[in-house]
Design a protein around this ligand. Structure first.
Ligand code: COA
Length: 321
C-alpha cells in the first residue's frame, strides 16, 4: 500500500488588532473605495508589539493540533513558510518545536514568498511519502507590516499579518483522501517585479517590499490559470471535479480570474481577502481552516489550492478530504 499524507487538522492565529481601510486612509493618501474596488480588501489584522513570527506560528500550530485531536509529541516535522522570520536563525520552525516542547524530530523554514505554503506542503508531502516523517505541522506565518514601506500607498494597503497551520499524517490504509499532487514553479528572471530590498541580518537594511503591481497582476492571472490546469490534468481530473478552490488571497480580481478559468462559481471559492488582506504564506491555511471549521469543506471534497508570489514563484496542490 503506497504511503500518502492525509490532512487531519488545521488552525489559525490572527493578531488582535484590526485596521479598517477607513483607518488606513487617515494615515495614507488612499480611500476605502479605492482599496475595495481594486483589491476586495476591507480590513486587515496587524501585529502588535508583542507579536512575533514565532508567536503567531506557535498559536496556529496549537490551534491545528487541537483541531486534529493529537498531542504535540506526535509531531516529528515542522516546516514554516515565511518571508518575515524574527531572526536569521534559528529558524522559526525550530523555535516552534521548542515552544511546543518537542524534543525529537526536525524543522526548517521555506522562503517562497506568497507561494510558501504550497512549497512547504509539497516538501512535507515528499518527506512523509519517503518515510522521513510521520506527522508534520506545515505552517505559514507572516508579519508583512514590518517589511512594508508605509509611505508607499501602492503596497501598504495590500497586506496583513497572521498565521495558519495544517497537520499532515502518514497513512497507509485504503482510501482516497490526502494530498494527490503538488506542482511547483519559479522564474528567476521576474525577480524584480516583487521583492524586498534588504534582508534580516543586513545591518541598517532590513528591507521593505517593492512591487510592480500591474506586472504582477498580469503574471498572476496567466500563470495561475495554467498551473491549475496542470495539476488537474496530471490526475486526469476535470474543472467540474473541483469542490472548492482555496486560492492565495492577494486580490479578489485575481481570484475571480482563476475561478472563471475553472468555470467555478464564486460560491465554490473560499475568500478571506476581504477580512485578512494578503497574508502571504499564511493566506491559504487561514482560508482552508475557516472553510473546514464552518463545514463548507466536507469529507470526499476535492480542494484545489494555488498561489503566486515573489520570485516569481507559483504552484498548486490538489487535496482530497
Ligand atoms: N489609494 C489610492 N490610489 C492609489 C493607491 C492607493 N492605495 N495605490 C495606487 N494608487 C493610484 C496610483 O498612484 C495611480 O494613480 P495615477 O493614475 O494618478 O498615477 C492609480 O491609482 C492607478 O495605479 P495602478 O498601480 O496602475 O493601479 P492598478 O489598477 O494596477 O491597481 C494594484 C494596483 C496593486 C491593486 C494591482 O496592480 C494589483 O492588484 N496587482 C497585483 C498585486 C498583488 O496581488 N501582489 C501580490 C501578489 S502575491
Amino acid at each position: 500500500m503506497a504511503r500518502r499524507s492525509v490532512l487531519v487538522g488545521s488552525g489559525t492565529c490572527l493578531p488582535e488588532r484590526i485596521v479598517t481601510n477607513a483607518e488606513l486612509a487617515t494615515r495614507i493618501d488612499t480611500s476605502d473605495e479605492w482599496i475595495r474596488t481594486r483589491t476586495g480588501i476591507h480590513q486587515r489584522h496587524l501585529a502588535g508589539e508583542n507579536d512575533t513570527c514565532v508567536s503567531l506560528a506557535t498559536g496556529a500550530a496549537r490551534s491545528a493540533l487541537e483541531n486534529a485531536g493529537i498531542p504535540a509529541s506526535d509531531i516529528d516535522l515542522i516546516i514554516v513558510a515565511t518571508s518575515t522570520p524574527d531572526q536569521a536563525f534559528p529558524s522559526v520552525a525550530v523555535r516552534v518545536l521548542g515552544e511546543l516542547g518537542i524534543s525529537r524530530g526536525y524543522g526548517f523554514d521555506v522562503a517562497a514568498a506568497c507561494s510558501g505554503f504550497i512549497y512547504a506542503l509539497s516538501i512535507a508531502d515528499g518527506l512523509i511519502r519517503a518515510g522521513n516523517a510521520r506527522c508534520a505541522l506545515v505552517i505559514g506565518s507572516e508579519i508583512y507590516s514590518r517589511i512594508l514601506d508605509w509611505e508607499d500607498r501602492g503596497t501598504a494597503v495590500l497586506f496583513g499579518d497572521g498565521a495558519g497551520a495544517v497537520v499532515l499524517r502518514a497513512s497507509e490504509t485504503d482510501g482516497e483522501d490526502g494530498i494527490l499532487v503538488t506542482h511547483l514553479h519559479a522564474d528567476g528572471e521576474t525577480g524584480d517585479l516583487l521583492y524586498v530590498d534588504g534582508a534580516v541580518g543586513l545591518r541598517d537594511k532590513p528591507g521593505v517590499l517593492r512591487m510592480s503591481g500591474r506586472d504582477v497582476f498580469r503574471h498572476a492571472v496567466a500563470k495561475l490559470a495554467s498551473s491549475v490546469d496542470e495539476v488537474l490534468s496530471s490526475c486526469n481530473l476535470q474543472h467540474s471535479d473541483v469542490s472548492w478552490l482555496v486560492p492565495h488571497q492577494a486580490n479578489i480580481r485575481i481570484i475571480e480570474g482563476v475561478a472563471k478559468k475553472l468555470d467555478l462559481p464564486m460560491e465554490r471559492v473560499v475568500v478571506t481577502v476581504d477580512r485578512h488582506a494578503n497574508t502571504s504564506a499564511a493566506s491559504i491555511p487561514l482560508a482552508l481552516d475557516e472553510a473546514r471549521r464552518d463545514g463548507r469543506i466536507r469529507p470526499g471534497d476535492l480542494v484545489l489550492m494555488e498561489a503566486l508570489g515573489g520570485g516569481l514563484t507559483w504552484g498548486s496542490a490538489l487535496v482530497r478530504f
